[in-house]
Design a protein around this ligand. Structure first.
Ligand code: SF4
Length: 110
């Protein structure tokens, strides 16, 4: 009887692994399709992002230092290519920021 339970537990364990395999493969494929060097998007709950009031869109933004027309794409710290939705930012080297985003460290690109 004990051997029977052990075999059933092993079967359930294998079944669970088989059920999760497609999800793991999907993650691997998604990472493989990402362009080389692509950085993960800056999470809004990142401590530095919160400290700098980072947002992914300036639509409706009412921050006291926000100037209409300013966004990451025209900030001197944005290093993304023109037309790129997300790109690197000098202030957040581990992540990419939204071209249409903004933070209080915004400085006009010259
Ligand atoms: Fe965007 Fe500039 Fe702030 Fe970086 S520093 S998040 S590019 S506004």
């Amino acid at each position: 009887m004990k051997q029977h339970d052990s075999g059933r537990r092993r079967f359930i364990g294998y079944a669970a692994l088989l059920a999760l395999a497609p999800l793991a493969a999907k993650d691997v494929l998604a990472q493989a399709k990402a362009p080389a060097g692509a950085l993960p998007k800056l999470p809004l709950d990142n401590a530095q992002a919160k400290a700098l009031n980072y947002v992914e869109s300036t639509k409706g933004l009412a921050h006291k230092t926000f100037k209409a027309g300013s966004d990451c794409s025209n900030c001197m710290f944005f290093k993304g290519a023109a037309g790129q939705a997300y790109g690197p930012c000098t202030l957040f080297p581990q992540n990419s920021v939204a071209a249409k985003g903004w933070c209080s460290a915004w400085a006009k690109k010259v």
